[in-house]
Design a protein. Structure first.
Length: 696
């Protein structure tokens, strides 16, 4: 067993973001991982909530030793050994069940007596953990950081700490090169297992909601989405409106007395106007609720309005308190979660020595978390350009921000550009790196109309008809892919499957070696990811088509790290049944075995025999597939579509897809009930498909 202990050397080093990155890596490599905090402030600790929401699928996997209120009196009374004993006893509960435990050290904000770094290093030794120490690099020049690193090295040696890695976090990008050079020049420091992490300003900015919580403010206006806006500046407004408007900045939280109706209305108008920066929110002081006429104006804006908070304290006291509010990772802010993961995803951290030989012996099952981690990493490794036609849809916009923050893909959003920008501003999303295109006004429209006419004139399409179709976002997006201006397309959050995939069938067509376009769903269950096909495209495939679906689906599974063992499903197993439907499956199995003899494939087989080892031993003893199937091929669309939806709704599975197979270039559909995570995963999958098609 191997455990890590992540500790900062001071307050605000960003160790929680690093803990998140390590948990993702360890969970992806070996699902048997727990998270432990020796001491937390309270049960509602934001990082504990985040870890539970992301990694707490197993009861007790996220645990802590003591509350700060329990530890303080013991430490003050000189009972440090008692504190350590209690922490150790609770840590050992996890050791009985988990191969790896990630400990995040005592937070300096807990205001515990004594030297926190010394205490953390001592505790790491008692828990038998390798140490990951984090230095804060923000606003430190390279020479100072080298001195700090030397001092840290001496402290670690004094404590006989087993060091896994050292990090300097929050290094300003302009200082990164100079710091690397200085470290290279120091012979001792150059030997250290050291990583540098650039500063991500987003992680240092508190949200309006965090300010509201810290100041116990009453929320007078603003949707939950608007409370996610980051506060870049705190701006006290006491001057007249024209002077205030000249000074307003992007991301300002305007602090002003509640009776300044002019500044409240001016802030609302500035936030809505294209001529002024976007304001984070308004914080009213003195316990003064705005005049009824002003509140009526605010209420009339509905949930789309600027967040407005109210506190009882005076303006000076409020401004001082607000400036001390710190940003934290929490499950309510997916933007910061994505930004934190992006920082650690850039680093080539070697966890091999920690995991040891377990990677070679790990279960063949691909867990959902490991699957998600691996597809994100593979997409990032060779970034592709994906077009999202539904550019004004909220879920698509939120997914686009996550994809850009994590550098999963380059993104183009289609739609009315002004509408997209307004919606993104309302949702406080940062989409500066996304390309926005309005098909009706794009100079590409004529080129695409010509390409569409050339491809479809034999089917009766006129030049005017091609011009009109090129305005449709699904056709425009597909033509971007077909003409090489994008590598793939994902749509379907608001459009039907037919609207999404018809242009692809007409224009992109089948890849060499394929006679059929089919689909699979990647079914993410609690402990594995399975492949279901075809559940969306072909209503009544014949035996030859069923064989092609099976072979193509096995290749898709392998592409995404799922060991393909194909079950050709029917209402009977082996030779036990008769009938036209069973005969079709038997023929398909024979064809598939002839065309792809290397594929592990069984059929006809019933679903229970395919998934349950006990049933398999009775019905098909000795089969390599029965009881262990990972790819399920349904005999027709009616069976497949109903089965995937039944599993999705009753087993709580996440259905990613339909993922189209057999196309020359990747175009994928979304369910209209898709979540932001579904969109992110589907874009990553599409990007991986594009990597393969581009290499081909």
């Amino acid at each position: 067993m191997s455990h890590l202990y992540i500790t900062g050397t001071a307050r605000r080093t960003g160790k929680s973001a690093l803990s998140l990155g390590f948990m993702d890596r360890l969970s992806a490599s070996n699902g048997n991982v727990a998270y432990f905090r020796p001491i937390i402030m309270d049960e509602n600790d934001s990082v504990m909530r985040l870890m539970r929401s992301r990694y707490g699928s197993h009861e007790g996997a996220i645990h802590y030793g003591l509350l700060a209120s329990e530890a303080r009196p013991l430490l003050a009374a000189g009972e440090k050994d008692e504190v350590i004993k209690r922490i150790l006893s609770r840590f050992q509960v996890l050791e009985h069940s988990y191969s790896h435990i990630l400990c995040e050290g005592v937070d300096y904000a807990a205001s515990l007596p004594g030297e926190e770094l010394d205490f953390n290093l001592e505790l790491a030794n008692h828990l038998g953990c390798q140490v990951v120490a984090v230095l804060d690099g923000f606003q430190h020049d390279p020479s100072q950081l080298c001195e700090d690193l030397q001092a840290l090295q001496e402290t670690l040696e004094e404590h006989h700490s087993a060091v896994f890695a050292l990090f300097i976090n929050r290094v300003e990008p302009e200082l990164m090169t100079d710091l690397k050079e200085k470290l290279k020049c120091d012979e001792e420091l150059a030997k250290l297992p050291l990583y540098l992490i650039r500063q991500q300003p987003l992680l240092d900015m508190p949200s309006v909601g965090e300010v509201a919580q810290a100041l116990n403010a009453k929320v007078l206006a603003g949707s939950p989405a608007s409370l996610e806006r980051e506060v870049v500046h705190f701006q006290v407004a006491a001057m007249e409106l024209p002077h205030f408007l000249r000074r307003v900045q992007d991301g300002s939280l305007v602090i002003t007395p509640g009776d300044r109706s002019d500044l409240i209305v001016g802030s609302l108008m500035a936030d809505a106007s294209r001529n002024y920066p976007q304001i984070a929110g308004v914080l009213l002081t003195g316990g003064l609720t705005p005049a009824p006429e002003v509140m009526r104006l605010v209420d009339g804006l509905g949930r789309a309005n600027l967040p407005i908070l109210l506190v009882e304290t005076d303006t000076f006291t409020t401004a001082m308190a607000a400036s001390r509010v710190e940003s934290h990772l929490n499950p309510e802010n997916p933007r910061k979660l994505a930004a934190a993961l992006a920082l650690t995803e850039e680093l080539e951290i070697d966890c091999g020595s920690l995991i040891g030989d377990e990677m070679a012996d790990r279960s063949e099952r691909t867990t959902p978390l490991r699957f998600e981690y691996e597809i994100i990493q593979r997409a990032r490794s060779d970034r592709q350009h994906i077009v999202l036609p539904e550019g004004a849809e909220e879920r698509v916009l939120r997914a686009a921000e996550v994809l850009l923050l994590r550098e999963v893909a380059d993104i183009t959003l289609l739609g009315d550009v002004d509408e997209i920008r307004a919606k993104a501003a309302h949702l406080a999303l940062r989409l500066d790196k996304a390309q926005l295109i309005d098909p009706s006004r794009s100079p590409l429209r004529q080129r695409y109309a010509d390409a569409l006419f050339a491809a479809r004139q034999s089917k009766g399409l006129t030049t005017q008809g091609a011009w009109d179709l090129a305005e449709d976002v699904s056709y425009f997006g597909t033509l971007m892919v077909q003409c090489g201006d994008a590598d793939g397309m994902v749509s379907g959050a608001v459009h039907t499957t037919q609207h999404t995939i018809r242009p692809a069938f007409q224009l992109i067509r089948t890849a060499p070696g394929h006679e059929l376009i089919s689909s699979v769903f990647l079914m993410s269950l609690a402990d594995r990811v399975l492949v279901y096909g075809d559940c969306a495209v072909n209503p009544e495939p014949n035996a030859e088509q069923l064989a092609e679906i099976a072979i193509t689906s096995a290749a898709t599974a392998e592409r995404f790290g799922i060991i393909p063992r194909v079950a050709m499903l029917s209402y009977s197993t082996g030779d036990s049944g008769e009938g036209e439907a069973v005969d079709k499956v038997r023929q398909a199995v024979a064809i598939a075995r002839r065309q792809a003899p290397w594929t592990k494939l069984e059929g006809p087989i019933q679903f229970d025999a395919a998934v349950d080892p006990a049933v398999a031993r009775t019905k098909l003893p000795g089969s390599e597939v029965a009881g262990r199937a990972t790819v399920f091929i349904f005999p027709d669309l009616n069976t497949g579509n109903n089965t995937y939806k039944a599993v999705q709704r009753t087993a709580g599975a996440v259905a990613i897809g339909p993922i189209l197979q057999g196309l020359n270039k990747p175009v994928n559909d979304l369910s209209r009930g898709c979540t932001v995570t579904d969109i992110v995963n589907t874009v990553a999958i599409t990007a991986i498909q594009a990597q393969g098609s581009n290499r081909a």
